[in-house]
Design a protein around this ligand. Sequence first.
Ligand SMILES: [Zn+2]
Length: 73
Amino acid sequence: MPIFDFKCRQCGHKFDVMIPALEKNKVGCPQCGAANPTQLLAPFNTSRPGPGVRKPKPAPDGCNGCAVAGTGG
Ligand SMILES: [Zn+2]
């Protein structure tokens, strides 16, 4: 069974759980009980910060600033 690392969005608690991939979305923070923790992409304990691999953040759907506002002269 794979181990997934999570970080709580609520309290910032980091934890790992050994669950089947299908159960990932059911994980909750063991500290404060908040749902939908952020999944960390570090399968094993990596204690060195290093340059690391930067992952591009997925752009949220919908853009608030794209609409061209008509500006009168
Ligand atoms: Zn928490």
